[in-house]
Design a protein around this ligand. Structure first.
Ligand code: RIB
Length: 314
């Protein structure tokens, strides 16, 4: 049975404008390539996760910092248009909105450089201003494109699920881990945290090492191979499989997963975790079949009509 109330999803995190160029392949250092297309779009990992959740019908609030340039104003207007509560989105004088320089190859793979700009100003005092919404949220999501101590403060205040997406990769995050209900990372982010190269052959070792850091559940996303997780509440680690597709643009697929995971965790509470993770993988898979980040996120889906295959890893 699903809840009658619309659960509240709060994202504390980054916004950026994506400057995306498309070319046959990624250049090697020092090389200039002819590209085939250039587009700008709304991005930033935090905002992507928030918009992914909003498109799936989530009741979303974004706590963020934007610059006092035209991008900042446009971003706020856009949030309002798509139904994201941006009351706690602060325009910051004298700094630019975050931007990301993104290269996408025909294979779908990408390279990203993110310049945080106003995101660096998201502060503990912003968290205190939004204290009530953080306390009343069913789930709070944070990442690593905004100051770490700000996310830590939000997680200390939050009472609902705390979902931490430790991206982009960073090593010194141990202080927040005991406050995390769920830590979600990809293989390269996991590798940095556990000090060995994580792949399918050592997945259980990696999951167990991360679980020992204090969070309740650890999810490692595996791209087209789905996701693996371990939980203090479940006996064995699980690998959830997903459909594979020919990718067009993988940018923001991890954010689609996190936004969908958050939405399904609070709206599909009675489903087992492997089904929720499978459905979130399905949303991420849908996103890689289209160009762009937020533009590729679905608002219509049949993810919960499917039964996801999973295997226990022990
Ligand atoms: O995860 C993808 C996102 O990373 C892009 O939208 C870009 O803005 C960077 O933050």
């Amino acid at each position: 049975m699903e809840s009658n109330q619309t659960p509240k999803i709060v994202v504390i995190g980054s916004c950026g404008i994506d400057f995306s160029t498309y070319s046959p392949r990624l250049p090697v250092p020092g090389e200039t390539l002819h590209g085939t297309k250039f587009v700008t779009g709304f991005g930033g990992k935090g905002a992507n996760q928030c918009v992914a959740a909003a498109k799936l019908g989530g009741n979303t609030t974004m706590i963020c910092r934007l610059g006092d340039d035209h991008w900042g104003k446009q971003y706020k207007d856009y949030f309002r248009e798509i139904g994201v509560n941006v009351t706690y989105g602060t325009i910051t004088q004298g700094v630019s909105t975050g931007i990301a320089q993104i290269l996408v190859a025909e294979s779908g793979e990408n390279q990203i450089v993110f310049v945080a700009g106003a995101n660096n100003h998201l502060s503990i005092s912003d968290v205190h201003k939004a204290e009530d919404v953080i306390k009343n949220a069913d789930i709070v999501i944070a990442q690593l494109e905004t100051p770490f101590e700000t996310s830590l403060e939000a997680f200390k205040i939050a009472r609902g699920i705390r979902l931490f997406n430790a991206a982009p990769a960073r090593k010194d995050i141990s202080e927040i881990l005991p406050y995390c209900t769920i830590l979600c990372v990809n293989e390269s982010e996991a590798s940095l945290l556990v000090d060995f190269s994580v792949d399918t052959s050592n997945m259980v070792k990696a999951l167990e090492a991360l679980l020992a850091t204090g969070c309740e559940t650890v999810i490692i996303t595996l791209g087209e191979n789905g996701a693996a997780y371990i939980s203090k509440n479940e006996k064995d680690p699980i690998h959830v499989l997903c459909d594979s597709v020919i990718p067009v643009d993988t940018t923001g697929a991890g954010d689609a997963f996190v936004g969908a995971l958050a939405t399904f965790l609070v709206t599909k509470r009675n489903f087992p975790l492997h089904q929720i993770v499978g459905a979130a993988c399905d949303i991420a898979t849908m996103s890689v079949t289209k160009e762009g980040t937020q533009t590729s996120y679905p608002s219509e889906h049949t993810a919960f009509n499917k039964v996801y295959k999973y295997v226990t890893l022990k």
